[in-house]
Write a protein that binds this ligand. Structure first.
Ligand code: SAH
Length: 247
């Protein structure tokens, strides 16, 4: 089978309660040419209802990865966008579906992977999950009734991807900047290292962390760190630790 830029996109469903929505999301993906589904702690899965609602997209279900946390599901990705029906406090930059797809396509070059994450039916994504996301996508809707069905939200994002890639995405991706972005896994190592150093220099009180780490994560999510910048920051942190140990 021919691979396309759509194969770089992972659709991640976090904490889905109704297996029917998982099947309907797989169907939505397949109709738009997407194939990579990741499930984070689904409540009931596998399930006959999911297979029934997939209506022939069972191959997507069969190949879906199942993970214990969002961190694990996206650790190979360099760009992760969450979706939300609500604008929350301290939220990361908000994008429309069109803006999000245009940005993600810039990064979906080899060997980078990108992800779009969808939340639970009742409660959406947790703050910790949103903190893993570089940006948040909000699908424009009725302000008094803004929450779409999960699979309907997946359908809209996949449609947007399908529509855009059919026209100009291939050209865009080929000519896109080949930035060597860090993966979520690397970022997580940077956060642990930074936290450790901030505790050592008494900038962060682990008993009263407040929102310091969340704010820093959002800062780094906005900055699209590349591998070189990541190495510099890790190097600085290590130098701080070496200098402390000499005192
Ligand atoms: N009350 C929940 C709604 C969850 S709807 C909340 O406040 O987030 C289930 C999922 O569908 C959401 O987590 C999101 O991934 C997606 N979704 C629903 N409506 C959306 C919208 N208008 N924009 C973006 N994503 C939406």
């Amino acid at each position: 089978m021919q691979t396309t830029v759509l194969d770089k996109f992972k659709i991640v469903l976090a904490g889905t309660t109704h297996p029917g929505n998982i099947g309907a999301a797989a169907r939505a993906m397949k109709t738009m040419g997407l194939s990579r589904l990741a499930l984070v702690s689904p409540k009931i899965y596998p399930s006959a209802e999911a297979t029934a609602r997939a209506a022939g997209a069972d191959d997507i279900l069969a190949n879906a990865g199942v993970y214990g946390s969002l961190q694990e599901a996206v650790q190979d990705c360099v760009m992760v966008f969450g979706t939300s029906a609500r604008i929350r406090n301290l939220s990361c930059p908000l994008l429309s579906p069109e803006q999000a797809v245009a940005e993600l396509l810039e990064y979906a070059h080899k060997p980078a992977e990108v992800a779009i994450v969808f939340g639970r039916e009742r409660t959406g994504l947790t703050n910790a999950e949103l903190d893993l996301c570089h940006k948040t996508i909000v699908i424009p809707s009725n302000p008094d009734f803004s929450s779409l069905n999960l699979a309907a939200a997946v359908q809209i994002m996949c449609y947007e991807l399908c529509k855009t890639t059919r026209t100009d995405a291939v050209v865009r991706v080929e000519s896109g900047t080949q930035i060597d972005l860090v993966s979520i896994d690397d970022l997580n190592h940077l956060y642990s290292h930074l936290r450790e150093v901030m505790i050592q220099i008494r900038f962060l009180d682990p008993q009263k962390p407040r929102r310091l780490m969340r704010r820093l994560k959002q800062l780094f999510n906005r900055s699209n760190l590349d591998q070189n910048e990541y190495n510099i920051l890790r190097g600085i942190l290590t130098a701080v630790q070496e200098s402390l140990s000499k005192k």
